[in-house]
Ligand binder design. Structure first.
Ligand code: FAD
Length: 502
């Protein structure tokens, strides 16, 4: 059987993630992979925080985690601190991993609700091991902690230099046989059925392939410019459409978390790396012009800026069909949800996962390939919608009305799916059953709780637990974390010992 040739266009984070995963999986099958990137067209240059599934992605490639972290100037991320989102002056933490452990088979959150109704049960986040470590700038891999220590149910991800990640994955992919061409794609040739057959490069080379992956970023060279796959715009729900990115010197101790501080027309990120701090203001230019946004960001910098501010424009939404004909769009060419929960790189790895599960090959008819494409697009839409709703949640529950931006966020129309979820939660602290979702019940709980939403009652089964027993168990759990955290190294010490950049 003839083996297909896959061509990836674009060598940003998306392109090299796709190349690494495909070459790893295709190993021994004889399938060829070529990646075309142009060193004259820069990558988007942001995307420096990820979420826990990225760790699984790296491990599945067989990459040593600590060596990888050292090479990409990485730091650990236990969650995100949100400042000024519900009201000015209030903050909350969205941790990775669990929020407490069930008690005698009863759901932890409902136990905590009952205990809070009856007395002082502390804050919900006092039971999150990731939050307890983060608050003290401490870190140790939870899976290496003893079972029953209370910390084994935390989880983590990374902050890193996106350029160094692309470089590392490029080494990995090229070592496994991916052929890289440094040239610009000047023309995309399609046949009478609309399939892409060939790419014409600016060095005169012609590249034929059977399947194409578009990783050309916001340009969408194949999926948009050649195949005109329509874009579904979600700006009405997530109005931010601009960002200023500005790196600065890193001073002081390194927090093992991202900070997201709400501002007049959006929010400012702060992402600590080993050698610098990433900063950015994500905003809606209907409520704040670019110069104003640059000035706002500059006043918030802690260390000296390392370059001039960069303005990036985007539209929140996704392609109706990210897989069209023989082309699959991954990364920014396929869609973008603003970076509040650092989900874009995750969506690249999900796209790769679905692609490998549904892999098209040369034995299939066009009709059969279209069935696979429809399923791929359905799965991706489900992921995007779930993440979209989760992001909107951070905005729509605000009590802020100090600027036009926040007034808009408070009053905007919500998707039905999100309205139903919030209503269910308010009714009695329930959330839909978890399926193959990225954000689990505890993630939703952290944000709902952080934004000040509390159900009026708790599940009646929890009444089986006698009050004194419940209070004692909760107090012991809080105490265990407070005592245990003292023996965990500081984040900076852990990095210095195990994954320091050269
Ligand atoms: P790009 O990085 O733009 O790469 C495009 C590639 O295509 C380049 O290599 C370029 O040379 C090549 N190319 C383009 N045209 C041609 C051509 N004609 N011929 C040959 N090559 C071509 N994601 C996260 O997960 N976490 C975050 O914290 C996060 N923060 C973000 C903040 C902002 C403000 C923005 C805008 C995005 C953020 N993202 C984040 C998203 C993340 O940056 C991207 O998902 C990720 O970098 C992938 O980008 P990409 O590879 O699709 O595109």
């Amino acid at each position: 059987m003839t083996q297909p040739h896959w061509v990836i266009v674009g060598g940003g984070t998306a392109g090299w993630i796709a190349a690494s995963a495909l070459t790893h999986q295709f190993n021994g099958t004889g399938i060829r992979i070529t990646l075309i990137e142009s060193s004259n067209i820069s990558t988007v240059g942001v995307g420096e925080a990820v979420i826990p599934p990225f760790m699984t992605f790296i491990r599945n490639l067989g990459i040593n985690e600590q060596e990888f972290i050292a090479k990409v100037s990485g730091t650990f991320k236990l969650g995100i601190e949100f400042r000024d989102w519900s009201k000015l002056g209030e903050h909350y933490f969205h941790p990775f991993g669990s929020l407490g452990r069930s008690l005698n088979g009863n759901d932890f959150y409902h136990c905590w609700l009952k205990a809070s109704h009856e007395g002082d049960a502390g804050d919900l986040l006092d039971y999150s091991p990731a939050k307890i470590m983060a608050a003290q700038h401490r870190f140790f891999p939870p899976f290496k902690m003893p079972a029953q220590s209370g910390f084994e149910t935390a989880n983590y991800a990374l902050h890193f230099d996106a350029g160094l990640v692309a470089k590392e994955l490029r080494h990995y992919a090229e070592a496994k046989g991916v052929n890289r061409i440094d040239a610009q794609v000047a023309q995309v040739i399609t046949d009478s059925t609309g399939k892409i057959t060939e790419l014409l490069l600016d060095n005169g080379q012609r590249v034929n392939a059977d399947f194409f992956i578009d990783c050309t970023g916001f340009r969408g060279l194949l999926i948009d410019q050649a195949l005109a796959s329509p874009f579904q715009d979600w700006s009405e729900y997530l109005p931010c459409n601009s960002a200023i990115a500005l790196q600065s010197e890193h001073t002081g101790s390194t927090p093992p978390y991202t900070t997201a501080s709400a501002r007049e027309a959006g929010w400012i990120w702060r992402i600590p790396l080993q050698h610098r701090m990433g900063n950015g203001y994500v905003y809606c230019d209907r409520f704040c012009d670019d110069d104003e946004a640059i000035a706002t960001l500059q006043t918030q910098l802690i260390g000296k800026p390392l370059h001039d501010p960069r303005v990036i424009k985007f539209t929140t939404g996704m392609r109706r069909a990210s897989w069209k004909k023989n082309c699959i769009a991954l990364g920014l060419s396929g869609g973008f949800l603003e970076p509040l929960e650092s989900t874009a790189i995750h969506l690249v790895t999900r796209g790769v996962q679905f692609l490998l599960e549904l892999l098209p090959d040369l034995t299939l008819s066009d009709e059969q390939c279209e069935s696979l494409a429809a399923e791929y697009n359905r799965r991706l839409l489900q992921d995007y919608e779930e993440i979209r709703d989760f992001l909107i949640l951070h905005y729509c529950l605000t009590e802020r009305d100090d600027t036009e931006f926040w007034q808009y966020c408070r009053s905007m129309q919500l998707p039905d799916s999100l309205q139903a979820r919030i209503a269910l939660f308010k009714a009695r602290g329930q959330l839909p059953p978890e399926k193959d979702e990225l954000f689990k019940k505890d993630n939703w709980l952290a944000v709902l709780h952080g934004m000040g939403i509390a159900p009026t009652s708790y599940h009646p089964f929890t009444n089986q637990l006698p009050s004194h027993q419940l209070q004692n168990a909760l107090q012991a759990a809080r105490q265990q974390l407070q005592t245990g955290v003292q023996s965990i190294p500081t984040h900076d010490d852990f990095i210095a010992q195990f994954c320091k950049s050269p």
